[in-house]
Ligand binder design. Sequence first.
Ligand SMILES: Nc1ccn([C@@H]2O[C@H](COP(=O)(O)OP(=O)(O)OP(=O)(O)O)[C@@H](O)[C@H]2O)c(=O)n1
Ligand SMILES: C[C@](O)(CO)[C@H](O)COP(=O)(O)O
Length: 375
Amino acid sequence: MTTAAVIVAAGRGTRAGGDVPKQWRSLGARLVGEYSVATLTNHPDVAHVVVVVHPDDLAFAQGLGWTCVTGGASRRDSVVNGLEALAGKGVTKVLIHDIARPGLTDQVIDDVIAALDTHQGAAPALPVVDALWIGADGIVNGTQARDGLYRAQTPQGFHYDAILSAHRTHGQDAADDVEVARAAGMTVAITAGSEDNFKITHPQDFARAARLLETGMDIRLGNGYDVHAFEEGDHVILCGVKVPHTKALKGHSDADVGMHAITDAIYGALAEGDIGRHFPPSDMQWKGAASEIFLKHAVDLATSKGFTISNVDCTLICERPKVGPHADAMMEALSAIMGIAKDRISVKATTSERLGFTGREEGIASIATATLVKL
Ligand SMILES: Nc1ccn([C@@H]2O[C@H](COP(=O)(O)OP(=O)(O)OP(=O)(O)O)[C@@H](O)[C@H]2O)c(=O)n1
Ligand SMILES: C[C@](O)(CO)[C@H](O)COP(=O)(O)O
């Protein structure tokens, strides 16, 4: 059994308003669209994820590391393109999901996948609990029995060959993929939906999604501190940038004191020890190593545990060299290594007013803080 996911993201989000389509707006530390893509990509039972995007967004979405195809004029057209892109990959079950539902949970996915063992289709939904009225011009002029009525969600799951064939032959638009499946004679089971798995549709839904993140998120703060002594030399490496100086920094690796503090801050937030634990100084293979190896390892470890690095703040403590003229290049270098936006990285410096070992220019110290977020 191979399960894949098609995430439709080619809509323009006209009802949600804003300068960019809703899936590209910020929500906490990420974009709206990144949440459900991450949830499905990290799900142990999902082998392939295809994101269907508008042609104008293709380069941007690919830049996020997603596997993408372009969508069509309607949601159903986009679904068809996503399903066709999975042909030949041995997919047996497929989950079709709206990118605009960032609150998707593993439990919702698990229930849909499990139900596909006994049904051709399965989709999450919530029973309607409020009374239903029929109204016109602001006046109630009838009621509608709510028994047996459900609010449909995604991901809607199907046997892959059956839903591909159903979509290929469905000659008209449809509210969702369950409608297409049923029109082809497939039975669709109802699985448990989640109030958190709502679709961002209108402007006020962003505030609801933000509240949801605040209650469910795991926020970690870590700090790092490092010191390297000066020795003979003509430059130092600070936060990935070569800075000319009258001395060099002494160390087993390239002695990038700033990058070491940031790396330790990330390990600290993860409760994963420090650089020395992952890259022992007794191990000769790290002699003279570029410190970006250590930083990348810490970032990858955070990612593998489901965390996003929200920001890092690093202070270099030295009389000389002057850091200010190089700070922008340092933030640029760290941004490239860590894969996070430059405006989430701060590099600054202070002297110690000629006090202590930094004041006597015997070495450079650095402190750093990192915030990690898991939703
Ligand atoms: N041509 C389209 C239209 C919609 N969708 C996707 O279908 C999902 C559900 O649609 P909806 O909430 O209606 O999104 P939009 O079409 O973007 O919103 P609006 O109708 O307000 O423009 C969204 O993930 C949307 O990106 C799509 O992939 N291709
Ligand atoms: C598929 C769907 O999310 C099920 O609730 C919904 O029908 C798609 O959203 P739209 O607003 O109808 O485009």
